[in-house]
Ligand binder design. Structure first.
Ligand code: AMP
Length: 961
């Protein structure tokens, strides 16, 4: 009674009453039941309750509440709820305030109460789940209600509770105030302290655990989470026993002697592995027994090991000055898998003077030390020499085992005769220079060597050549190809064995120009001096004698023509071969095999664009049904033709129809079923190349010119791949379209030559365009793709000199003679040196030395890709045009024409400069006096006069010789 000391206000409100519960045990209650009176406001204050750090507390109330309906009368003021409040403070204010504050402020007790109550915060209105009636009371059945409310977050040290009654009939039987906490816990070798949860309802408080003795956190510190319900949740991380300890029943126990534990993630202490011991408790590793070793990278549970014994069963196999050594794995590997082998090589000095280490010249394949295989090849030993090899096996602990005596197996070997070592010298696209040393102890005097070679992987056919020297150039090879070479020597005792195989590769296609450029340059210089003089003599001779020089006749080979078509060209898979229309008995059949018949109604002739041998060449649209209209060229066969002429005319179509290439004029079809007979080809807006260039002198960039040449070379490559020899390749037979694409035209064998005004009759009766034709074709009608390459060189020259006539006005006979004497056309003005080199290569006398069309295309592509390679122009001292003109043009007028200054001829004559000798003495002053007033023209003429003087001096000295 009165134990709790709770304060009620007003005094006649809540009362402390002793009762008995249903079991007749005495209980304390606070009761109030002023249901009959109006305006009730009865407060019951608890004393100060310490939170003990809890931020959220729970209040469990047990009470009974009277059912208002069961009360007789006065139910109007009866309530069935009461309110619960709280008020937080850091100290027990009740004690302090009760006396002092009120006295100091002069407040009445009533006012003081009201002020205090105003500071309380309402927790909730509490209603009864079950109320009781008078009857219940009589039965002594207590209808006890239990209500729980939580309170938080609390921030002060303690708080008061208060219960407010507004006119109900209540008996407060029990008020239990409590908070929840997560209790101290040991989990995964980590201790988590007793923890008070957070203030929010679903909040988790993270707690870092503390590893128990002799344990360490594994990867990260262990953590747990304390919930508001006082439960430990979400464990993260854990502790493990530190090395040398193991976990037994939640604590860490030390490892016993002879056991170790090295790693955090192994659980229990392990027995020391073989050949190792742990002489103390708590070992984190075991130490090796004497004579056994471990390296850092060995795992802790690996046994201690020792060096291996020596290799076994070593054998040697001598091949000339090479030795192949082979052995078996050692009997004892020392318990390790990383056994490797080292070779010690020593040469036995003559006369037993001891041993000497093999020098760095001896090669070991794959290497000398740390061999993983049980064999090695030792090469480049001296011949007829004794060697001693020591083979040693080592493993990962050999280095550590300093006091372990090394175990070797030794092998004595005597080398034989050294094989011939072939070395590669200068290499070109079709040749390789070889050299070799004479064997050091040949069996007698060497009479000669035999060189055997074949293309790699083609050893079914090989070639053998003989040489008395220790070097030779092997020729006739394919570019970019690998060849195998072997050399053997012959003495009077016979042949020795072939050397081992040596593999060498020829240069690629494109490199030929660099390989030959040195040659060409030397040639230019030498030829410039000597041959110029020879030609001078020849020309002078012709002029003096007035005689035309014939040139040697050769017997004509009737088979030759056929060979041109099928021989001497590289055949690529997938490229069709040209079929000679001659092989058709009926020429009409050939035409219809290769050319489409076009109905004349689809063609309209609009303009005449040229004159061909058989009739006019016209142009106009072709409208084939279902096809786009295109412009075409229409070659007509004039009326009154003979059957032979008709056949010759259509011959061209039979050839052209076989080709399909962007740089070959395309045949659209033929009209043979009506008259006139026509050949329809694609229309080339800019006509023939020679006229086109003359019309546009100096108008194109070098790259544009090279682009044109590239097109022509590409068309010619196609023809040569098809096995077709053109025979009349010249700028006049190239057509140019509006995009500057050049296409090869004028096909038709003998007809072409008959047709070509440039073709001259040779002494053999055939008609040949001398200036464009290779010497072998002129001399004995050897027309091949290589002779087309010669013509291509002339076309290059025509293009680079904008349609200049090759060899100017020299007669055909002079040209033949000059070529015979190795004279070649000079580099055109402003011609890139690289292009002139290519021309000169096309004009190699030996036709096999001329580049192939695919090489030419390849080189031109390279030049186009790298325009700076075209910057260097032909040196003017190598330009012989002036020199040639001096001897082939005799008047001042012709000379002025040749430098495009013909307009001044009359002025020169009037000024008294009527011979080249007088012109050669002229100065700038003289030029002005004559009437050449334009500075540019003065400069051009003076430059040419200076060059003329240089050449005059050189020719004079020749004459003296
Ligand atoms: P040809 O009889 O083939 O030499 O032709 C004579 C002339 O006609 C040539 O020099 C060209 O000027 C012209 N010509 C021939 N074919 C064509 C063509 N396809 N496109 C434009 N002009 C051509």
């Amino acid at each position: 009674m009165g134990d709790l000391g709770w304060v009620a206000y007003p005094k006649n409100g809540w009362e402390e009453i002793g009762e008995v519960d249903e079991d007749y045990a005495p209980i304390h209650t606070y009761q109030v039941c002023r249901v009959m009176e109006q305006n009730q406001n009865n407060w019951l204050h608890t004393n100060w309750i310490l939170t003990e750090g809890a931020q959220r507390v729970f209040i469990e109330l047990k009470f009974t509440l009277r059912d208002c309906n069961s009360l007789p009368g006065g139910v109007g003021t009866c309530k069935e709820t009461f309110n619960m409040y709280y008020y937080e403070t850091n100290g027990d204010e009740e004690e302090i305030e009760d006396g002092e504050m009120r006295d100091g402020t002069g407040m009445t007790e009533e006012e003081d109460r009201l002020m205090k109550e105003s500071r309380y915060i309402k927790i909730d209105t509490i209603a009864a789940d079950e109320s009781f009636t008078e009857l219940d009371l009589g039965d002594r059945v207590m209808k006890l209600n239990t209500e729980v409310r939580d309170l938080g977050p609390l921030t002060r040290k303690g708080f008061y509770l208060a219960f407010q009654d507004l006119g109900a009939c209540i008996a407060l039987v029990s008020v239990r105030v409590f908070y929840k906490r997560c209790p101290f816990l040991v989990k995964s070798l980590a201790e988590f302290p007793d923890t008070i949860p957070g203030s929010e309802a679903s909040q988790l408080v993270e707690v870092v655990g503390h590893c128990v003795n002799n344990s360490l956190p594994l990867y990260e510190p262990p953590r747990m989470h304390c919930s508001t319900e006082g439960e430990w949740l979400v464990p993260i991380g854990k502790c493990v026993c530190q090395p040398g300890f193991e976990e037994i029943n939640g604590s860490c126990k030390v490892c016993k002697m002879g056991f170790y534990r090295s790693l955090l993630d192994s659980l229990a202490c392990s027995k020391c592995p073989p050949h190792s011991v742990a002489r103390q408790t708590g070992a984190t590793s075991c130490s090796c027994e004497d004579g056994y070793y471990k390296i850092d990278s060995d795992p802790p549970n690996m046994a201690c090991t020792r060096p291996p014994s020596a290799p076994r069963n070593a054998i040697s196999n001598v091949n000339e000055t090479s030795v192949f050594l082979e052995w078996s794995v050692p009997m004892e590997t020392g318990g390790r898998k990383d056994v490797r082998y080292n070779i010690l090589c020593r040469r036995v000095l003559p006369d037993g003077r001891g041993l000497e280490e093999c020098g760095p010249n001896v090669r070991f394949l794959p290497r000398r030390v740390a061999l993983s295989n049980t064999s090695v090849m030792v090469a480049d030993l001296q011949s007829h020499t004794n060697y001693s090899f020591l083979l040693e096996a080592v493993n990962g602990v050999s280095e550590l085992a300093k006091d372990h005596a090394k175990q070797y197996v030794s092998l004595n070997v005597t080398t034989n005769q050294a094989g011939i070592v072939v070395r590669k010298g200068h290499t070109e696209k079709s040749s390789i220079a070889l050299s070799w040393a004479e064997p050091d102890r040949p069996n007698g005097i060497i009479l000669e060597y035999e060189i055997k070679y074949f293309e790699k992987e083609q050893d079914s056919s090989y070639t053998i050549i003989k040489s008395k020297e220790t070097e030779m150039v092997v020729e006739g090879l394919k570019p970019s190809s690998v060849y195998i070479f072997q050399v053997r020597a012959r003495t009077s005792a016979g042949y020795g064995a072939f050397s081992r195989r040596f593999e060498f590769q020829t240069s690629p296609y494109c490199e030929y120009i660099t390989a030959t450029s040195e040659r060409t340059q030397a040639l230019i210089v030498a030829v410039a001096i000597t041959l110029a003089l020879v030609l001078l003599a020849v020309v002078a001779g012709f002029l003096l004698s007035g005689r035309r020089c014939g040139y040697s006749k050769a017997k004509q080979d009737p088979e030759e023509e056929k060979m041109h078509f099928h021989n001497g060209h590289i055949k690529f898979p997938g490229v069709r071969t040209y079929i000679d229309p001659l092989t058709y008995e009926d020429p009409n059949q050939a035409v219809h095999e290769f050319a489409q018949e076009i109905d004349v109604s689809f063609i309209s002739i609009e303009r005449i664009i040229g004159a061909g041998e058989f009739g006019e060449v016209c142009s106009g649209p072709l409208r084939l049904p279902g096809k786009r209209e295109i412009q075409v060229a229409i070659k007509t066969l004039k009326a009154g033709y003979t059957e032979q002429q008709r056949r010759d005319f259509l011959w061209e179509a039979s050839i052209m129809g076989q080709f399909n290439h962007p740089n070959i004029i395309r045949l659209e079809g033929v009209v043979t079923k009506s008259k006139p007979v026509m050949i329809i080809t694609e229309y080339m807006e800019n006509g023939s190349l020679d006229t086109f260039l003359k019309k546009n002198d100096g108008q194109f960039t070098v790259i544009q010119l090279v682009g044109m040449l590239r097109g022509i070379a590409s068309g010619m490559r196609y023809l040569s791949d098809m096995g077709y020899v053109h025979r009349d390749l010249a700028a006049r037979n190239i057509l140019v379209n509006s995009n500057l694409v050049c296409k090869v035209s004028d096909f038709g064998l003998s007809r072409v030559l008959e047709d070509d005004p440039e073709a001259a009759y040779t002494t053999r009766g055939g008609k040949i365009p001398i200036r464009w034709t290779a010497p072998e074709a002129i001399a004995y009608r050897k027309f091949t793709s290589a002779s087309d390459v010669w013509s291509y060189g002339i076309v290059m020259w025509e293009v680079m000199s904008y349609g200049e006539r090759p060899y100017w006005e020299m007669s055909n006979q002079d040209v033949i003679k000059a070529i015979e004497e190795s004279y070649r056309l000079p580099g055109p003005m402003d011609c890139p040196e690289a292009l002139y080199h290519l021309m000169m290569d096309c004009w190699q006398r030996e036709r096999s030395n001329r580049p192939k069309f695919d090489e030419i295309v390849c080189l031109l592509d390279k030049l186009i890709r790298n325009p700076s390679s075209l910057k260097k122009l032909v040196n003017s001292s190598h330009r012989w045009d002036l020199w040639v003109c001096f001897f082939c043009l005799f008047t001042v007028g012709e000379w002025l024409d040749s430098i495009k200054m013909g307009r001044y001829t009359e002025l020169f004559m009037e000024g008294g400069y009527s011979s080249l000798e007088t012109v050669a003495q002229m100065t700038s002053e003289d030029l002005r006096r004559v009437g050449v007033n334009l500075a540019g023209h003065q400069k051009k003429i003076i430059t040419n006069i200076q060059e003329m003087r240089v050449h005059m001096n050189s020719t004079n000295s020749t004459v003296n010789i």
